[in-house]
Design a protein around this ligand. Structure first.
Ligand SMILES: [Zn+2]
Length: 368
């Protein structure tokens, strides 16, 4: 995978990721297809919106459908009939959010949430399975801890992540697949700096900031980016894992992040919240009951081209799955337009102006 930076405005930048499944303009937002599906959204809508890359989860796919099924299909692209690029996370985040697990230097034992059997995941196994999945970008298996854990525990997680990163790199052999390292370190500036330097020293095709967006404050997230980003090489893509709120995306882009993923747009969509340029809109609110207008007059997504707020309001009140689909489509369209607009404003050097305007519009019109 090649990456080229095409424009810079301060530290913010646009670029192109050349993947085996197409060129991806950055900054890019990746919808999350945990179980090889973006929940409630058929692929055709992702294509229409313009998404060229999605994220899927190694951990979930290893449990179901399992390695043998993915092998039989010749990889994840063919299994799920997705022709665009795919990034797979390593399973680290999911495994470490389980209550029943045991970590050793070799890997992690955990109880399958599906049938209770004991499963072992190691850096080698995670990398091998991601090679079978055939994703365009694979991630190293990392150790996630509570960002407020004891400093000694965070240091241990950083060191183990570094050891495992090395093992992942040694195991990785697929030339048509990029491998990204992951910077950990909780909310400690010192440990983030250490993790970033050592991860860069191992050398990866791209670098991710992991273990954030897990409950720390806005200021802490930004402070960690301020420490990590200057250490990451300019010529490699930088990915902030699990970040999907517009406000934080703006801060991350300003500091030089190129890639994002989050369940946020589809999750809030399924619960009746539409994302707009003026903030969030709760379609379940009674004010929309007989409203004949779309969510956003200026939005050209499938939902806004065809359906009124009143109809969407009705679908949510009757708990029709179509309502969840339509709001997920609108929110994913919004996110794509949002990162594209960021890209355009970086290119014409008006990013900071756009950031200011967007934030003031959102705070003025919050929660319609
Ligand atoms: Zn729309």
């Amino acid at each position: 995978m090649k990456f080229e930076v095409t424009h810079k405005s301060g530290k913010a930048r646009t670029g192109i990721l050349h993947t085996p499944h197409g060129d991806i303009e950055t900054p890019v937002f990746m919808p999350v297809a945990t179980n090889a599906a973006v929940r409630f959204v058929p692929h055709i809508f992702l294509n229409e919106i313009g998404y060229g890359m999605i994220l899927s989860n190694t951990f979930h796919l290893l449990l179901k459908p399992g390695r043998d099924v993915i092998e039989k299909f010749g990889g994840l692209h063919s299994f799920m009939s997705w022709t665009g690029a795919i990034l797979t996370d390593s399973g680290g985040f999911q495994v470490f959010s389980l209550a029943q697990r045991k970590i050793t230097d070799e890997g992690v034992f955990f109880k399958s949430p599906i049938d209770g059997s004991t499963i072992f995941l190691s850096p080698e196994l995670s990398t091998e399975f991601q090679q079978i999945l055939g994703s365009d970008i694979a991630m190293v298996l990392d150790v996630c801890v509570d960002p407020y854990a004891d400093p000694d525990e965070i240091l241990r997680s950083v060191d183990r992540t570094l050891q495992w990163a090395l093992k992942c790199k040694e195991t990785h052999s697929r030339e048509d697949q990029a491998l990204f390292g992951i910077v950990q370190g909780g909310v400690s500036k010192k440990l983030r700096e250490y993790s970033a330097k050592e991860t860069v020293a191992i050398g990866f095709d791209g670098y991710a900031v992991g273990g954030l967006s897990v409950g720390e404050t806005f200021e802490e997230t930004v402070a960690m980016l301020d420490v990590v980003l200057p250490i990451l090489p300019e010529d490699r893509p930088r990915y902030f894992m699990g970040l999907g709120t517009p406000e934080l995306i703006l801060e991350a882009v300003e500091r030089g992040i190129d890639m994002f993923d989050c369940v946020y747009p589809t999750r809030v969509g399924r619960h009746g919240t539409a994302m707009t340029w003026k903030g969030k809109l709760n379609i379940k609110s009674a004010v929309h009951r007989s409203d004949t207008h779309p969510i956003d007059e200026d939005c050209d997504c499938y939902t806004c081209r065809n359906f009124s707020r009143g109809y969407l309001h009705h679908l949510f009140h009757k708990k029709e799955a179509l309502g969840m689909t339509l709001l997920s489509i609108h929110n994913l369209h919004f996110m794509n337009q949002f990162v594209r607009k960021i890209g355009r404003t970086i290119k014409n050097d008006s990013f900071l102006e756009f950031k200011r305007e967007f934030l003031s519009e959102v705070s003025a019109g919050a929660s319609i």
